[in-house]
Design a protein around this ligand. Structure first.
Ligand code: SF4
Ligand code: SF4
Length: 99
């Protein structure tokens, strides 16, 4: 799966042109993380059951499948921790960034 690509937001001319839902497909993200994230989500692939709940709740659409495993695009993840909070298997740990 290809990584999200930064795109300038172009306001749709009709409401049907706006993306909907809790997260967007790759390509709608406005900008890369500028380095202010304090914690990053790390997936434990031994306990992950691939339910994709983290993918559904991520507000920035940064979770994707890479070779059948859950992965996070850290260029866009803001470290909010929603994915870790909502994971039914506690398979995501928020690890402090090394600054
Ligand atoms: S929510 Fe947890 S168990 Fe489900 S796919 Fe994400 S990391 Fe895996
Ligand atoms: S920490 Fe927030 S932005 Fe990063 S992957 Fe999890 S839900 Fe998405």
């Amino acid at each position: 799966m290809s990584r999200p690509v930064k795109q300038n937001f172009i306001r749709p001319s009709h409401i049907e042109g706006f993306p909907v839902g809790p997260q967007f497909t790759a390509g709608h993200l406005a900008d890369t993380n500028a380095g202010w994230r304090t914690f990053r989500p790390v997936v434990n692939h031994d306990t992950c059951i691939y339910c994709l709940r983290c993918y559904l709740v991520c507000p920035d659409g940064t979770i994707f499948k890479d070779n059948g495993k859950i992965a996070v695009d850290y260029d866009y993840c803001k470290g909010c921790g929603v994915c870790a909070h909502e994971c039914p298997k506690n398979a995501i740990e928020m690890v402090k960034e090394q600054l």
